[in-house]
Every structure is written in structure tokens, then in C-alpha cells.
Design a protein around this ligand. Structure first.
Ligand SMILES: Nc1ncnc2c1ncn2[C@@H]1O[C@H](COP(=O)(O)OP(=O)(O)O)[C@@H](O)[C@H]1O
Ligand SMILES: O=C(O)[C@H]1O[C@H](OP(=O)(O)O)[C@H](O)[C@@H](O)[C@@H]1O
Ligand SMILES: [Mg+2]
Length: 368
């Protein structure tokens, strides 16, 4: 499957003949955690945006057997040599996207059964592709899950039966099923699109099974830049130690997470007031708190260097997710952007302007 084009067109349905069943294709885009992450994993708050720069795409074709197709490069099983195999495992780990597609099918089916939602008996094959830099904290994993989930919603025609605010949790459950520690912000941004303020307070999470999600005008955002490097890190692994400390009642982690969550609340006000100097301060505080909680060894030297290169250019900078990519904001405008571009090029980091995806909700989604 080829991924090209720049429009955030979401769905493609092909019909091969009047009676032939439809092929369904969905995209899900990368996301940037602008403020408050990773407090979404801990009943906190975030401001996140869905970006057009990168996406994953999933294709569902009706078929006689139920088939999950391995991706030719992301699920590599054929190697030139033992060294090639070992290097591949060292750099990218054991897993590709197949397990995400399977887990999504399982969670979707179980949820529909529990809710008494009828699923017809036809089979399908699923294949995926992605251009989201792998494991760089841009939500590459949940983009694959989210696009798969959208294909299933349309194949079984149950979009009207699974409310939009429930979907991010089901998408998260697919990764939980695999033992990956993750939070809701990625999935909310990918289901809703645009720019969102999310409040995952415990009361709402326990009472309704979801947080309060508010779409904000994307025009409130100043120009942002995305910096990233080929440096895959496993977000589940990065998160697990801090998660355990939080579960064990570690007061430093608990109070720091509350502070991180409060940055999103302050950030919402700053955006609404277009107070971009404040936004820059909050972004920097967000990264400093993450660094204190997770420690340099867990964040990785290259990831920290990306933030520091941006800061030396005078930009505000923080991780977009758990590591691998950085979102930067130049409060002094275009001349500073040029300094930042040059500094990144010199350091060997890719840098590009952020392009925000507009809201992705359709009429059926909004009606529910
Ligand atoms: N580009 C990719 N291609 C295939 N599978 C991927 C890709 N990115 C992530 N995955 C799968 O998702 C799992 C979790 O990835 P994660 O560390 O959360 O990455 P990200 O930061 O991109 O979300 C990986 O262990 C792998 O199974
Ligand atoms: O640590 C974070 O900011 C995020 O980490 C995960 O996202 P990823 O793109 O996989 O790094 C996690 O899923 C998010 O909920 C966290 O906020
Ligand atoms: Mg992930």
C-alpha cells in the first residue's frame, strides 16, 4: 500500500463492481502532546494535537478467510544473515504491527459481544502501512490501532453504536491487552482530530469510562516545529518504572504528575489569551518535570540532546510523547526559526513545521 498525498482524507471505500463488497481504508495521524503529557496516564490533563505530517493507514478487504497480513518491512521475518536479524532486533525490538491489528480485532469483538452489538459473519483481510517514524513518541502504535478500529466500525456498520468518547478507551485497551503501558491522549487526538484539551479526572474516568474532551480552535496555535531522530524507544518500557512508583504511592511522582497536569490547565488559558510567552514557559516546565521523574538514563541521551539543541536556539521544547521526537516553539518568530533549523541540521536532527489536522468527526460521530 502506498502512502502519499498531503490531504487528511480519512476514508476511502472502493467498489469493484455493483455487487462486490467494499474495500475500506482508513488513515490515522500522528499526534503531539503539547502540554500535560504524560499525566494522561495518571488521571491528569493534556493539550494534544493531531498532525498531518505523518500517518498510518489500514486497508480492510472482504475475504473468505480472516487474514492479518504482516507488513513487508515492519514485520520482517526474512533476513540476509544472523547479523542482520540480531541488528534488527537490537534497533527495533521483536514486534511490528501485526500484534496491534490482532489485539484491536479482539478488543472490538469482545466489546461488541458485551454490549449486544450484532456483528455479521463475513471475513476480511487487514493490511497496514505507516510513515510515522517508528517508536518516536508520535503515537505510531495507536495510529495503527485507531485506523484498524475505524475499518472495523465501517465493515460491521456499527459507527452509530459505539459512541465517539468511548472509542479512545477501546483503542487503548488493545495496547493494554499487549501489556504496553500507555495513556488516552494519543487515542483521543486520533479519534477527534484537531486540537484538544483533555481532562482525565478520576471521577469522570470512573463514572463514565472516559474523560472530558474539548476541541479548541486550531487557529489559537502559534507556529510549532517538530524535531525527531532515528532513535526508536519503547514507550511501554519507558513508562513502566514510573507507573510502578505511582502505584506504590511515591509522593514525588504523585505530586510531580499533578504539577504536569496543571500545566495543561494553565496552557489552555494561555492559548485562549494568546499568551505565547506563557506557553513557552509551560512547555519548558513540562520537559523539566518529566526529566526529574523519569531520569536521564530512561529518557535517552539523544532525546535530551534534541531538547537542548532547541533550547540553545532560544526555543521552548518538550517531548511530543515518551521520547524520540520534540515539539519546539520559537517565541521570537521567524529569525529564531532559522537559527533552530540550522542548529538541528548541524546536530543531524530532522526538523519540519507542524501541520495540524482539522477535526475528524463526521455527522454520525457527532450525533452520538
Ligand atoms: N512503525 C511501526 N510499525 C509497526 N509496528 C509498530 C510501529 N510503531 C510501533 N509499533 C508497534 O507498537 C508497539 C508500541 O510502540 P510505541 O513504543 O508505543 O511507539 P510509538 O511511540 O510510535 O507509539 C511496538 O512495540 C510495536 O509492536
Ligand atoms: O509519555 C508520553 O508523553 C506519552 O507516551 C505514550 O505515547 P507514545 O507516542 O507511545 O510515546 C503514551 O501512550 C501516552 O499516553 C503518553 O502521554
Ligand atoms: Mg505508542
Amino acid at each position: 500500500m502506498e502512502l502519499n498525498g498531503s490531504s487528511p482524507s480519512l476514508t476511502k471505500i472502493e467498489r469493484n463492481g455493483s455487487s462486490a463488497p467494499a474495500i475500506i481504508e482508513h488513515k490515522a495521524f500522528a499526534r503531539i502532546g503539547l502540554l500535560g503529557n504524560p499525566s494522561d496516564v495518571y488521571y491528569g490533563r493534556t493539550i494534544s494535537l493531531n498532525i498531518e505530517n505523518f500517518w498510518a493507514s489500514v486497508r480492510l478487504e472482504p475475504s473468505s478467510d480472516l487474514l492479518i497480513r504482516p507488513h513487508p518491512t515492519h514485520d520482517l521475518v526474512k533476513f540476509a544473515s544472523l547479523d542482520h536479524l540480531v541488528n534488527r532486533l537490537k534497533n527495533e525490538g521483536y514486534y511490528g504491527g501485526v500484534r496491534l491489528l490482532m489485539a484491536t480485532c479482539k478488543v472490538f469483538t469482545n466489546y461488541c459481544k458485551e454490549q449486544g452489538i450484532h456483528l455479521h459473519n463475513s471475513n476480511f483481510s487487514l493490511s497496514y502501512d505507516t510513515n510515522i517514524p517508528r517508536q518516536t513518541g508520535l503515537s505510531g502504535s495507536s495510529a495503527i490501532v485507531c485506523a484498524t478500529f475505524s475499518c472495523l466500525l465501517d465493515f460491521y456498520k456499527v459507527r452509530d453504536k459505539i459512541a465517539v468518547e468511548i472509542r479512545p478507551q477501546l483503542i487503548l485497551n488493545a495496547e493494554k491487552e499487549l501489556g504496553i503501558v500507555a495513556g488516552l491522549q494519543d487515542r483521543v487526538a486520533q479519534v477527534y482530530g484537531g486540537l484538544l484539551y483533555m481532562d482525565f479526572n478520576k471521577e469522570s474516568m470512573e463514572k463514565y469510562g472516559h474523560g472530558n474532551y474539548t476541541q479548541l480552535d486550531t487557529g489559537l496555535l502559534p507556529p510549532l516545529h517538530l524535531i525527531y531522530a532515528e532513535n526508536p524507544s519503547d514507550s511501554g518500557k519507558v513508562h513502566s518504572a514510573v507507573r510502578q512508583r505511582w502505584l506504590d504511592g511515591d509522593t514525588f511522582i504523585i505530586s510531580s504528575m499533578e504539577e504536569v497536569a496543571s500545566l495543561a490547565l494553565q496552557g489552555k488559558r494561555a492559548l485562549l489569551e494568546k499568551d505565547y510567552a506563557k506557553l513557552a514557559t509551560l512547555m519548558n516546565q513540562n520537559f523539566d518535570l518529566r526529566r526529574q521523574m523519569f531520569g536521564d538514563a530512561s529518557l535517552g541521551a539523544l532525546n535530551i540532546e534534541m531538547v537542548e539543541v532547541a533550547r540553545r536556539a532560544g526555543a521552548a521544547a518538550k517531548f511530543t510523547g515518551s521520547g524520540g521526537a520534540v515539539v519546539a516553539f520559537c517565541p521570537d518568530g521567524q529569525s529564531q526559526v532559522e537559527v533552530l533549523n540550522n542548529a538541528c541540521k548541524k546536530a543531524g536532527f530532522a526538523i519540519e513545521p507542524v501541520r495540524v489536522v482539522p477535526s475528524l468527526l463526521n455527522e454520525i460521530d457527532i450525533r452520538n
